[in-house]
Design a protein around this ligand. Sequence first.
Ligand code: URA
Length: 435
Amino acid sequence: VLPQETIRRIRDGEPVSQNEIAGFANGLASGAIGDAQAGAFAMAVFLRGLETSSTVALTEAMRDSGTVLRWPNDGRPVLDKHSTGGIGDAVSLVLAPILAACGARVPMISGRGLGHTGGTLDKLDAIPGYRSAPDLDHLKRVVDETGLAIVAATADLAPADRRLYAIRDVTATVDSLPLITASILSKKLAAGTDALILDVKLGSGAFMTTRQAATELAEALVSVANGAGLRAAALLSDMNEPLAPAAGNAVEVQAAIDVLTGEDAAPRLRTLTLGLAAALLQLAQIVPDRETGLLQAERALVSGAAAERFARMVHALGGPADSLERAGRYLPQARIRRPVFAARDGTVSAIDGRAIGLVVIGLGGGRRQPQDAIDHAVGFTHLRGIGETVDENAPIGIVHARTEADAEAAARALQAAYRIGARVERGPLVLGRLD
Ligand code: URA
């Protein structure tokens, strides 16, 4: 079938066969499909949608466009998580070591900051020496030895997605449910994942601000994953406030290390991570039910087994051997730190998470242009959550900045992102589960 015929059929809402979609995706990978055709395809899908079976075909063809990792069949299931992104979301840094300590292999293919949200790779790059882009042999070795590796997608993993994503980025076709779904899942499938937990966030700091939009994305991800033979479930989780009391890169690594080492510093980060771990251990049939999963995950944390996995992974990927004990010495620190006080006393009633993410970028903790270098030290710590009180002794957070002027601008923006009002009840952290 001519590519322009496939594009026309999608444009006109006519059915397309799985072979046809697969042929198109192969052309994306090989270069036989030109940029103009790829852009028109993306826009046709954006405007008309794509049936689940066609989205499965696109996902599988993008998976097969490059290397598909195979892992030994030795009773250690390959597990992974995908989050739709948020503020203070350092879950991966805690979850992957927990899963490894519970007997899984976790080759976690992670991303950089997107829009207002932070990216796991940017956070890990705050650790001196950490190599987030090992070659395939190194990746396999680290996963075999430590159980986990949190790394970037290599060039030969789902190259068709890489190409289509770059074209979507400049053709206003990123936020299409079938294209997002195929993009995310093709990379997970190429990494050889057996079971996947999806953390679909909703609220002021998420891409999906409403429950309906988040539910639609979760449903699309779970049904296409299942269609492609990947066991998956989704938790809908609250992103109306930063998940950890920190937002930035080094500060979020520190928050994750605090959870791993048993500090009671980021309870929501800890709770959500344990919930995701329990759901995934159950999905992968490592445990018979969620309660047992929760117990195992908690034991991995409390015993220090997860912390030990994290430390070994960091060292195996080029970081210091004592990254946990001496995090304070290794992680970059901002020159300026100062508390930010609310304009009036009261209770935090709402937080604009998206605004906080944008302030972190403004401080230099994220990118304005794709090629920008980022400052890993800047951001916020000690951020208050919804329902907590603030007054002249209790700041809403501490800003970490490079200059006084940056700190001043960020402080004003943080004040504007916090609504102080009457006492409110926090909603639940996990709002639902989709299987
Ligand atoms: N993350 C991805 O990998 N792809 C998308 O399309 C959106 C988010």
